[in-house]
Every structure is written in structure tokens, then in C-alpha cells.
Design a binder for this molecule. Structure first.
Ligand code: NAP
Length: 250
């Protein structure tokens, strides 16, 4: 029996990339997993199928994050398929490469709505569903603490805001035995990076060289860190920012 048997997890953006890696890992560990997606239902269905193929249980929730009312819509969909929650992973996010001199208010608001407002209100409305002793994990970024890609400034700012949310929320939910942590990946091979990372060998080698370990990260590299935090072994870690960049910040 897996270490998360009997627990229910929700992973936002669980259909693809890092979210998929996390959803599959939590499913393998025995949790029933709600796989949230925005528009790519087929990818979320594939994640569910992969979890079921490994003996687990999962279902999908499709809600676009960003528009007002998104968090309530997500929980209404969740409540139709599950009763209570033990693990919330706020993973869904978008990037923006519009640099300081080019970004407009509309793009700025969009990236903050998806990356900051959505996890804030998903967690606010989800707190009543989270059982005592539960877990919240917010997926941050190494860019919150490193200016290696200054053109992604607005995106990096959303992740810094998310980290403050993690820190303060840990105090708010701590009395209920709920831990709250940020996990910060470095460069991971997912769709969001595909256009430049897989453009040529030099781009790949340059990204690999940023890591002390000399390679590009995988969704599983991040998922394994999340798996520790949400397990019983992670019970004494809260309010933390975990560097999951493969040594890119050292
Ligand atoms: P990804 O491959 O682009 O996947 C993003 C996921 O989020 C998808 O499942 C997508 O849903 C969902 N999503 C995005 N915008 C949404 C919206 N408006 N409404 C609902 N769902 C939405 O991204 P990733 O690389 O796996 O990144 C996952 C997390 O890790 C993000 O928080 C990201 O900031 C962080 N991160 C990534 C890297 C990296 O190098 N990849 C590095 C540091 C941090 P659909 O499938 O329906 O489109």
C-alpha cells in the first residue's frame, strides 16, 4: 500500500509537464488524484490513464484559471467528484517573456491573475475542504531568486509573490497541522520551454550547464521533491522554499 493511500490530492495543471509528473507520482504513492487542466483535456485524460495503469485512481477537472470566479468553479467541479482534500499542489502557471520595456498592463494582469490570484483563491476556498494535517505545495521558480533571465521579470515577480504567500500561509494554516511550502524548479524540459530549449544542441547544452549537475531537469526531478513534502516524512517542513534547480543557483 502506498504512503498516500486514503488521501486525495489536487494538482492544478496536472495534465502536462511538471504537474503531470507530480500527479503521476502522487497517484503511484496511493493518493486519489484530481488532475486539473485549463484547455488540454486530452492531456489530462492521458495523465488519468497513466495513473490508472499504475494501479491508482484519478479524475479530471477542467477550469480555465485567470477569469474571476475561477477558484469557485474549480471547487464546484471538485466537489462533484470527491469529498474533502489532503494535498493541494498549486502548479498551473503561465510565463511571459515580454521584457520590462515591452510588457503592457494587460499582459501583466494576465500573468498575475493566473500565477498569483488563482492559487491564492484556490487555496482560500480550498482551506475548508483541506483536512487537518494536510499539505499545500506551491510551485515557484528559481527565477524568483536569480536574475539569469531578466526578460522574464514579470513572471519572476509572480513567483516571488507566491513565495510570500507560502511563508505567511504556513502561519495561518499551521495550527491545523497543515504544512505549506514552495518548491522552485530550475529549467525543466516541458512544453513551455520547448521552442528554445529544443531549438538546437547549443541551447540544450547551455541550459544543462546552468545546473551544478550538468543536465536539464525532468518533471520527475521536481515531483520527487513534492512527494517528500506531502508524505508523513515532510511533517516538520513548513514555510520553506525548496531549491529544486539542480544547483543552478549556487
Ligand atoms: P506547462 O508544461 O506549460 O504546463 C502548464 C500546465 O498549467 C498545463 O497543465 C496547463 O493546462 C496549466 N495551465 C496553464 N495556464 C492555465 C490557465 N490559465 N488555466 C488553467 N490551467 C492552466 O508548464 P510546466 O513547465 O510544467 O510548469 C509547471 C509549473 O512549474 C509552473 O508553475 C511553472 O511556472 C513552474 N516552473 C517551470 C519551469 C520549467 O522550466 N518548465 C521552471 C520553473 C518553474 P493545459 O494542459 O490545459 O494547457
Amino acid at each position: 500500500m502506498g504512503v498516500l493511500a486514503g488521501r486525495t490530492a489536487l494538482v492544478t495543471g496536472g495534465g502536462r509537464g511538471i504537474g503531470r509528473g507530480i500527479a503521476e507520482r502522487l497517484g503511484r504513492d496511493g493518493a486519489r488524484v484530481a488532475v486539473h487542466y485549463g484547455s488540454n483535456e486530452a492531456a489530462a485524460d492521458e495523465t488519468v490513464a497513466a495513473i490508472e495503469a499504475s494501479g491508482g485512481s484519478a479524475f479530471t477537472i477542467g477550469v480555465e484559471l485567470g477569469p474571476p470566479g475561477d477558484a469557485q468553479a474549480l471547487w464546484e467541479a471538485f466537489d462533484r467528484q470527491a469529498d474533502g482534500l489532503d494535498i493541494l499542489v498549486n502548479n498551473a502557471a503561465i510565463g511571459t517573456s515580454q521584457p520590462f520595456g515591452a510588457i503592457d498592463e494587460r499582459e501583466y494582469d494576465r500573468v498575475f491573475a493566473v500565477n498569483v490570484r488563482a492559487p491564492h483563491f484556490i487555496t482560500k476556498y480550498g482551506a475548508s475542504r483541506l483536512r487537518d494535517g494536510g499539505r499545500v505545495v506551491n510551485i515557484s521558480s528559481g527565477l524568483a531568486r536569480n536574475a539569469v533571465m531578466p526578460d522574464k521579470m514579470a513572471y519572476a515577480m509572480t513567483k516571488s509573490a507566491l513565495d510570500v504567500f507560502t511563508r505567511d500561509l504556513s502561519k495561518v494554516l499551521g495550527p491545523r497541522g497543515i504544512t505549506v511550502n514552495s518548491v522552485a524548479p530550475g529549467i525543466i524540459d516541458t512544453d513551455v520551454n520547448a521552442d528554445w530549449l529544443r531549438a538546437d544542441e547549443a541551447a540544450w547544452a547551455g541550459a544543462a550547464a546552468l545546473s551544478a549537475l550538468g543536465r536539464v531537469g525532468t518533471p520527475a526531478d521536481v515531483a520527487d521533491v513534492v512527494a517528500f513534502l506531502v508524505s508523513d516524512d515532510g511533517r516538520w517542513v513548513t514555510g520553506a522554499w525548496l531549491d529544486a534547480t539542480g544547483g543552478s543557483l549556487t
